[in-house]
Design a protein around this ligand. Structure first.
Ligand code: GP0
Length: 835
C-alpha cells in the first residue's frame, strides 16, 4: 500500500515496527501486543471488547505518529490556523473512518481475519460519541474531516459531554429516552491532557477601581471557579498525513477549591462544589432548533468558549507573537450563536487581562470572528434574559452594554436615527424584560456572516438579518453545506464505492466532481444492473436490521421511501404519514388495486420536551400497527419506525434508500445535509424548494427530482393573506378521511383523545402548511411510484443523482470557507521529521 511504500517514513521508525507499521504483519503484531500489554489478556480469554480496544490502540498509535508530525510542523512555521467553535460534534464511530483515512482498511481486515476475528464484529462494538443533536453537529464533524483532508491546520473546540444525545427506545409506540453512557467502556480515541487546563469564572460581581496610573479597572470576583481540562481526539485526513485536533473540554473542580470547607469539617459542601463544577460538561441539551434559556446551558457555552480562547491565546503567544496579532494566527468560526459569547469573552481577555485599549481590542476581535447562521426559525434564535445573563456573566454584561453603546452610536448616523432599525440592530432587546440577542452580538462582532444554502442566505438577507445586510452587505456570503464522501459513501456504502471506482478510478473520493464521469454509464444496461444490484443488496441488509430491531418484515423489492431526521413539525413527518394513510385507504376501498409496494421508513429523535414531535412518533407507530397487520394490505405497504437514529444507523439506512423524503415547509429548512447523503447514495429526492434541495435539483436536473409544494414566497404570501387549513380539509376527500380516521381513533384502538391536539393543530392552525401541500405531495408521490415501475429509467435517475453530487462534498464547502472567509492555505505534513 502507498503509505508503507512511501520513502518519507521517519528514519528511526521502521515500516514493520509494530508501533507504526502499516503492513498486515505489523498490524497483526500490534493487535496482539496491545492485547497483552494494554488489555492484559491472551487470545484464549480475550473478549470482543479486548480485541476492539487492542485494534483501536493499534490504529491510535498510527494516528499519533501523524498527529505529532502535524503539530510540530504547524508550530515551526507561522501558519494561519482555523479554529472551529461548536457546542456539538456528531462524530459517529471512529474506528472504520480512521482505517479508511489511513488507507489501511484492507490490511486490517486481513490482519484480523488471520487472527481469527471478524473486523465487522469489532466495528460493531464501538459506541459512537453522540455529542450533537442533528445536522449542525454532524456538519461540524464533516468539516473536521474535510479540513484534515485538505491539509488545513485546524482545531475544533467543543465540550466533552459525559452524556451525549439520549438513546431512543420505542415502547408502545412512544419515544422513551435513555441516557447515553458512551464513556462506559473507556474511550481509546481521546488523550486526556491533564496539564492543559484553564480556569473559568462564573457568577459573582464586578469591582471597579482606579489603578496607580489612573486607569479604570474592573475586577471580576466570581462566585464559582471551574477548571476545564482538554481531551484531544486526533482527526486524520483522507490519505494524507495531516492530523488535526478536536479539543473537547471537561469541567472539573479546581485543584484545592475544597480545602476550606474540608478543613472546617464540611465534607458535604466540599463534595457538592465538586459536583456543581462537574455538572457543566455533564450532559448535552437534547434540543434541536429550540432554545431552552437555562442557566446551565449558558454556563456550558461560556465554559467551552473561555477555555478555547485562553488556549488559542496561549498558542499564539508561545509562538512569540504579539497579542494584537491574534487575528493573524487564528480565524475563528462560530458554529451558530452557541459560541457567540466568545465575542464578549475576547473583549474581556484583551481589555481586562491583556490591557489593550478598547478600540484596539475591538479591532482584533472583529477581525477574528466569523459567524454561520443555521436557521431562520424564530424559536431557535438565542436570547438570554438579561438578569439571568448578568447573574452568570456580570462582567460580560457590562462589556456587552459598552459594545452596544458604541455600536449604536455608529449605527444611528447610518440609519438616520430610524428607531425601528436601531431597535432591531440593538444587542439588547427591550420588552417587559430586557434580553440579550446573541445573533446580534455575533453579527456586530464578526467580519463575515454566512448562511448554509443559497436560498437560506437570500432569506437571511431579506428577513431575519435584513437590517444587518443593509449596514454591512460586504460581510455576507453563502456557503452551501456539504458532507464528507469518506464516511457517507466509502465507509457506509463500500459496494457502491467499488462499483464506482471500478469504472472511474478512486480519485473521486478526494475530488467528488469527478463522479460526473459516471454519467457516461447512466444508459449502460450492464452498469445499470450492477448499480441496482448493489442497491438491492443494501436494501436486504437494512431489511435484516429492521426485522431485528422492530420485528417488522419488509420486502426489499418494495420502494424504500426514507424519511430520516430529527422529528419536527417543520420537517413534516405528519405530511408523510397522511400520504401513507391515503394509500392505505385506496387499498381498503379497492383491495385488488395495483399499486407499487412501498416500505415507509422513518427514523429520528424528538426533543424530550417537544410534545407535538413525540405525538408524531406515536402516530407513525399507530398507523404502522394497523397498516402492517391489515390482511387486506397484503404486504403492499409497510410502515417502519427505526429506533434510535444516530450516525451508525444512518450509515445503514442511506445506502438502502430509493426515495429521499425532504418535505419541509419551503423557507424553513436552512440547508439539510441528509438530503445530500441520500442523493449521493443514489436515492431520488421527493422534495420542496427548500434549503439545499433547490441546489440539489439544479445539480441533478429537474427530470431526476420529484418536486412538489408551495415555494417560500407562496408560503409567505399565503400566511399574509390569512391561511385557512380547514378549507383544504373540506375540499380534499382523501385528506378529510385520513384526518377523520386519526381523530376518531381508527389507528389507536378507538382512543379518540390521544391525537386530538395534533388534529386540532392541523385543522385550525397548521403553521407549517401541511394541509396546503397535501394534494401536491400525493400527486408527486404518484409520479415517483410510476417512475419506479420502469426499472431502467429509475436506475438511470439513480446513477445521475450520484454522478451529479460533486458540489455537495464538504471538501468544496471547506475550500470556499478557506478561500473566501478564513484566508488560510494548506500545509502539507511530512512524516520525515525526528521527534
Ligand atoms: C439548525 F438552528 N440545524 C439549527 C439547530 O439548532 N440545529 C440544527 O441541526 C441544522 C439545520 O436545520 C439544517 O437545515 C442544516 O443543514 C444544519 O443545521 C447544518 O447547517 C438541517 O440539516
Amino acid at each position: 500500500n502507498e503509505h508503507a511504500a512511501s520513502s518519507q517514513r521517519p528514519s528511526e521508525v521502521l515500516d514493520e515496527d509494530a508501533r507504526t507499521g502499516l503492513s498486515v504483519e505489523a498490524l497483526k503484531k500490534a493487535i496482539l501486543n496491545n492485547l497483552f500489554y494494554v488489555q492484559g489478556k491472551y487470545p484464549e480469554i480475550a473478549t470482543r471488547n479486548d480485541y476492539y480496544m487492542s485494534l483501536a490502540y493499534a490504529v491510535r498509535d498510527r494516528l499519533l505518529q501523524r498527529w505529532v508530525a502535524s503539530v510540530k510542523q504547524y508550530l515551526e512555521g507561522r501558519h494561519r490556523i482555523v479554529s472551529y467553535l461548536s457546542a456539538e460534534y456528531l462524530l459517529g464511530p471512529h474506528l472504520a473512518n480512521n482505517l479508511i483515512n489511513l488507507g489501511i482498511f484492507k490490511e486490517v481486515e486481513q490482519a484480523t481475519q488471520e487472527l481469527g476475528i471478524n473486523l465487522q464484529w469489532l466495528l460493531d462494538k464501538e459506541v459512537e460519541p453522540g455529542l450533537g443533536n442533528g445536522g449542525l453537529g454532524r456538519l461540524a464533524a464533516c468539516y473536521m474531516d474535510s479540513l484534515a483532508a485538505l491539509e488545513v491546520p485546524a482545531i475544533g473546540y467543543g465540550i466533552r459531554y459525559q452524556f451525549g444525545i439520549f438513546e431512543q427506545e420505542i415502547r408502545d409506540g412512544w419515544q422513551v429516552e435513555d441516557t447515553d453512557n458512551w464513556l462506559r467502556r473507556g474511550n481509546p480515541w481521546e488523550i486526556a491532557r491533564r496539564e492543559l487546563n484553564y480556569e473559568v469564572k462564573l457568577g459573582g460581581y464586578v469591582q471597579h477601581y482606579m489603578d496607580r496610573d489612573g486607569k479604570f479597572r474592573s475586577n471580576w470576583i466570581p462566585e464559582l471557579t471551574v477548571k476545564g481540562v482538554a481531551y484531544d481526539t486526533p482527526i486524520v485526513g483522507y490519505k494524507v498525513n495531516t492530523t488535526n485536533t478536536l479539543r473537547l473540554w471537561k469541567s472539573e473542580a479546581p485543584k484545592s477549591f475544597d480545602f476550606q470547607s474540608f478543613n472546617s469539617g464540611d465534607y458535604n459542601n466540599a463534595v457538592n462544589q465538586k459536583i456543581i463544577c462537574e455538572n457543566i460538561s455533564k450532559v448535552l441539551y437534547p434540543n434541536d432548533e429550540t432554545l431552552s434559556g437555562k442557566i446551565l446551558r449558558l454556563q456550558q457555552q461560556y465554559f467551552f468558549v473561555s477555555c478555547s480562547l485562553q488556549d488559542m491565546i496561549g498558542i499564539h503567544l508561545r509562538q512569540g507573537e504579539k497579542i494584537e496579532d491574534f487575528n493573524v494566527t487564528f480565524a475563528v468560526q462560530l458554529n451558530d450563536t452557541h459560541p457567540a459569547i466568545a465575542i464578549a469573552e475576547m473583549m474581556r481577555l484583551l481589555v481586562d487581562e491583556y490591557d489593550l485599549e478598547w478600540v484596539d481590542a475591538w479591532r482584533v476581535t472583529t477581525r477574528s470572528f466569523a459567524y454561520t447562521n443555521h436557521t431562520l426559525l424564530p424559536e431557535a434564535l438565542e436570547t438570554w434574559d438579561l438578569e439571568l445573563f448578568g447573574s452568570v456573566l456580570p462582567r460580560h454584561l457590562e462589556l456587552i452594554y459598552e459594545i452596544n453603546r458604541r455600536f449604536l452610536d455608529e449605527v444611528t448616523i447610518k440609519v438616520y436615527g430610524n428607531h425601528n432599525k436601531i431597535n432591531s440592530l440593538s444587542i439588547i432587546g427591550e420588552g417587559p424584560r430586557k434580553y440579550i440577542k446573541m445573533a446580534n452580538l455575533a453579527c456586530a462582532g464578526s467580519f463575515a456572516i454566512n448562511g448554509v444554502a443559497a436560498l437560506h442566505t437570500e432569506l437571511l438577507k431579506s428577513t431575519v438579518l435584513k437590517d444587518w445586510y443593509a449596514l454591512y452587505p460586504e460581510k455576507f456570503s453563502n456557503k452551501t453545506n456539504g458532507v464528507t464522501p469518506r464516511r457517507w459513501l466509502v465507509l457506509s456504502n463500500p459496494k457502491l464505492t467499488s462499483l464506482i471506482s471500478g469504472k472511474i478510478g478512486e480519485s473521486w473520493i478526494k475530488h467528488l466532481e469527478e463522479l460526473k464521469r459516471l454519467e457516461a454509464f447512466a444508459d449502460d444496461p450492464e452498469f445499470q444492473k450492477a448499480w441496482m444490484d448493489v442497491k438491492y443488496e443494501m436494501k436486504k441488509t437494512l431489511a435484516k436490521k429492521i426485522l431485528n430491531r422492530t420485528g417488522i418484515k419488509v420486502n426489499p423489492d418494495s420502494l424504500f421511501d426514507v424519511h430520516v431526521k430529527r422529528i419536527h413539525e417543520y420537517k413534516r413527518q405528519h405530511l408523510n404519514i397522511l400520504h401513507v394513510i391515503a394509500l392505505y385507504n385506496r387499498i381498503k376501498k379497492n383491495p385488488s388495486l395495483e399499486i407499487v409496494p412501498r416500505t415507509f421508513i422513518f427514523a429520528g429523535k424528538a426533543a424530550p420536551g417537544y410534545r407535538m414531535a413525540k405525538l408524531i412518533i406515536k402516530l407513525i407507530n399507530s398507523v404502522g400497527e394497523i397498516v402492517n397487520n391489515d390482511p387486506d394490505v397484503m404486504d403492499r405497504l409497510k410502515v417502519v419506525f427505526f429506533p434510535n437514529y444516530n450516525v451508525s444507523n444512518a450509515q445503514v439506512i442511506y445506502p438502502a434508500a430509493d426515495l429521499s423524503v425532504q418535505i419541509s415547509t419551503a423557507g424553513k429548512e436552512a440547508s439539510g445535509t441528509g438530503n445530500m447523503k441520500l442523493s449521493m447514495n443514489g436515492a431520488i429526492t421527493i422534495g420542496t424548494l427548500d434549503g439545499a434541495n433547490v441546489e440539489i435539483r439544479e445539480a441533478v436536473g429537474e427530470e431526476n427530482f420529484f418536486l412538489f409544494g408551495l415555494t417560500a414566497e407562496e408560503v409567505a404570501k399565503k400566511k399574509n393573506e390569512g391561511y385557512n387549513p380547514y378549507s383544504y380539509y373540506l375540499e380534499n376527500e382523501e385528506l378529510k378521511l385520513a384526518i377523520d380516521q386519526i381523530a376518531s381513533g381508527y389507528f389507536s384502538h378507538l382512543d379518540d383523545k390521544i391525537f386530538k391536539d395534533l388534529v386540532d393543530n392541523l385543522l385550525y392552525h397548521d403553521p407549517f402548511l401541511v394541509l396546503a401541500d397535501f394534494a401536491s405531495y400525493v400527486a408527486s408521490q404518484e409520479q415517483a411510484a410510476e417512475a419506479f415501475k420502469d426499472k431502467k429509467s429509475w436506475a438511470k435517475m439513480s446513477i445521475l443523482n450520484t454522478a451529479r453530487m460533486g458540489k455537495f462534498s464538504s471538501d468544496r464547502s471547506i475550500r470556499e470557507y478557506c478561500d473566501e472567509i478564513w484566508k488560510v492555505k494548506s500545509v502539507p505534513v511530512h512524516l520525515n521529521g525526528k521527534y
